[in-house]
Design a protein around this ligand. Structure first.
Ligand SMILES: [Zn+2]
Length: 458
């Protein structure tokens, strides 16, 4: 019996599966066991045609039995075609099997025996463990790969040591920039916890810079997430070096944001997977577009209709939105302002900032206070974040998996993240302009487990 591995689409991912190929005396038919879907059942004809087109023999007077495992997983991915064909050719001795203990084979067969890739999801994947045998066009990272263009190439596949896996590199942060205490708090909490954030305030209060700093200071992505980011950006000329920063313009269409339609590409929400999606001027966006963000924000996945197919793409991003407090952008609620908007217009504008939009964010931050004196160095926030990560790594070790924003409150209550006292809001200013909306969470520091550093001692 020949054993090998392959991949099969399941939800939005490629899962590794086992493929066993055995020849038993009987009628020359191919039997596939282990929950093959209609696509895989159709493969039988393609495999037979591809083998015969390339001059290979169907094993004489032998029944080919293929078993796919785990049985509980439905397999409906054409990528197993190459795996089954290779298994038959190895098992029948028509092609020597590569001298490795484990090999993962993935590719589609055309009727003439050419090998292609219908599912592009393998691009950018880092396949750990076994070596990979796949189509020439596959772009895979971090593993040794054999590449074939047709079934005949199985005799002597092209060997590729694997492109160097690009490791994530955090972008530089200028430590000498001066910021306010409130800014320091928001940047530290949003970068550590990856909370979605709405910044509301007058132009010039530093909202855009704040988005940039949070993105630069995000947690380094784990290997799985980094592999997904690489895979989702495989078709871009410049490979990602850090988490994505996607900032669509407020005139963007619904399709460009969520994907689908005639253009088969994924939308901005998917390109932002694992990174930051900046929605500048949130109130200026078409309400239908704002509404379309509901599914991605709640599920971290988006269903996209395309031709007759429906695809699911991952889209777990940190949303940072900004908005002015009036149409001209100069309004400051308490204090002198250069705003020339009529009072009624300002009120109408602010009314749009309530309810459903605001409820999508963990944090709503009013930024007028950011116009105050800036007396903290951004570098001190960088140090706080490093210290908090170090603490968390030591306290939690391997348990640390999800950012705070994706944990349930019961998990969060067992975890603490320390924010330096310098960034602590004074007790009488409530939460320094940070207001909680989500699920009635009242107190950032209590409920989410953030603690001023000077209270540590544990
Ligand atoms: Zn105004």
């Amino acid at each position: 019996m020949t054993k090998l591995k392959s991949l099969s689409r399941s939800g939005g991912r490629l899962e590794m599966i086992d493929v066993e190929v055995q020849l038993v005396p009987g009628l020359p038919v191919l039997e596939i066991l282990g929950s093959p879907g209609p696509v895989v059942r159709e493969s039988i004809t393609r495999i037979k045609s591809a083998m015969s087109s390339q001059g290979f023999q169907w094993p004489r007077a032998q029944q080919v039995v293929v078993n796919l495992r785990p049985t509980g997983l439905r397999k409906d991915d054409r990528g197993v075609e190459l795996a089954i064909a290779a298994g038959i050719l190895w098992e029948s001795g028509q092609v020597p099997r590569p001298d490795v203990s484990e090999i993962c084979v993935y590719g589609d067969l055309e009727l003439n025996g050419q090998v292609g890739l219908e599912d592009k999801r393998i691009h950018g994947m880092s396949v750990s463990g076994p070596r990979l045998l796949t189509a020439h066009e596959a772009q895979v990272y971090g593993c040794e790969t054999w590449r074939v263009g047709s079934l005949l190439d199985l005799v002597s596949p092209t060997f590729d040591k694997g492109e160097d896996f690009v490791q994530p590199v955090a972008p530089e942060v200028r430590g000498d920039i001066l910021i306010t205490q409130e800014q320091a708090l928001v940047v530290a909490v949003a970068a550590l916890g990856e909370h979605s954030l709405l910044l509301a305030g007058p132009a010039g209060s530093g909202k855009t810079s704040c988005c940039d700093w949070i993105w630069r200071l995000l947690n380094p992505p784990g290997p799985d997430l980094w592999g997904q980011i690489q895979a989702l950006h495989w078709d871009e000329l410049a490979k990602p070096t850090w988490r994505p920063f996607v900032a669509p313009h407020h005139t963007s269409t619904l399709l460009s944001l969520v994907g689908g339609g005639a253009n088969p590409g994924a939308g901005d929400v998917t390109r932002a997977h694992g990174g930051v999606l900046v929605m500048d001027e949130m109130l200026e966006w078409d309400p239908r577009v704002q509404e379309a963000l509901r599914e991605p924000l709640e599920r971290g996945m988006i269903r996209v209709a395309r031709a007759q197919h429906r695809h699911e793409y991952p889209c777990q991003f940190q949303m940072i939105a900004t908005t002015n407090l009036c149409p001209c952008g100069a309004f400051v609620p308490s204090g002198p302002s250069r705003c020339r908007c009529a009072t009624a217009r300002v009120h109408r504008y602010l009314a749009r900032l309530s309810g459903p939009i605001v409820d999508r964010f963990d944090l709503l931050v009013m930024t007028p206070k950011w116009l105050a004196k800036r007396n903290l160095r951004l570098g001190s926030v960088v140090d706080q974040i490093k210290a908090a990560r170090k603490f968390e790594a030591e306290a939690l070790g391997e348990q640390r998996s999800l950012p705070m924003a994706r944990q349930s409150i019961s998990e969060v209550s067992r975890r603490l993240i320390f924010v330096d006292a310098a960034a602590r809001p004074s007790s009488n200013s409530r939460t320094a302009g940070v207001t909680f909306r989500k699920n009635g969470y009242r107190n950032l520091f209590k409920e989410w487990g953030y603690r001023p550093k000077n209270l540590s001692g544990m």
